[in-house]
Design a protein around this ligand. Structure first.
Ligand code: HEM
Length: 176
């Protein structure tokens, strides 16, 4: 598989598979719904969120180092493998599980009501947008097409951190 069109269709296929898994997991949870399930789903949610955040904080850090590796060098090729594996093996599946479990709890525990929940959903949507941005950057680095300097990725690195702090305060303190 090489060239932009084939890698584009592979990415599209993966996106469809990811969406299908997300739909099936979410559908299954909505169909199940016994009350005893709630704390277990919350535990799964927190584990998934930790994995998602670990990847979201590490990936831009890898980009910072990748910027200093000349295209075609051994280091650059190693960074490409690390970035691709981190995205596919950890970040993508963790996000799907975090969303599925979170939506189920928002539905079964709170009927999607509460200011804190709505604010949290907005922050989580922003985090998901950042996820999409980083996934696009993995593709551009893989094709040696990154044009952003290391400083840009250092700044980007702070965005998931700030969103995570806001999300955790909203869900734990529930200030409104
Ligand atoms: C992906 C979409 C997400 C949705 C729909 C969602 C929704 C929820 C809901 C409804 C709860 C249950 C709250 C309760 O029982 O009091 C919860 C718990 C929690 N969420 Fe999320 N969440 C999402 C993502 C995240 C993210 C990205 C983080 C952290 C960065 C996070 C951190 C937590 C934590 C720490 C708890 C446990 C709170 C507690 O038990 O006091 N969630 N989430």
């Amino acid at each position: 598989m090489s060239g932009p069109s084939s890698s584009g269709s592979v990415a599209a296929y993966r996106a469809v598979v990811a969406l299908a898994i997300f739909a099936v997991l979410t559908g299954l949870l909505f169909w199940l719904n016994p009350e005893a399930l709630y704390p277990w789903i919350k535990a799964v949610h927190v584990v998934a969120v930790i994995s998602w955040m670990a990847g979201m904080l590490y990936l831009p850090r890898l980009f910072v180092y990748h910027c200093d590796a000349p295209a075609g060098s051994v280091q650059s090729e190693t960074f490409k493998i690390m970035e691709r594996r981190l995205l596919r093996a950890i970040i993508n599946p963790a996000m799907i599980v975090a969303w599925s479990a979170g939506l189920w709890m928002a539905w079964s525990g709170f009927a999607f009501s509460g200011g804190w929940l709505h604010a949290k959903l907005v922050a989580v949507l922003a985090l998901t947008g950042m996820h999409g941005y980083l996934a696009g950057a993995v593709r551009r680095f893989a094709e040696d097409r990154n044009t952003r300097p290391a400083r840009h990725w250092r700044i980007v690195n702070e965005v998931p951190t700030l969103l995570m702090i806001a999300i955790v305060i909203l869900v734990v303190v529930k200030p409104f």
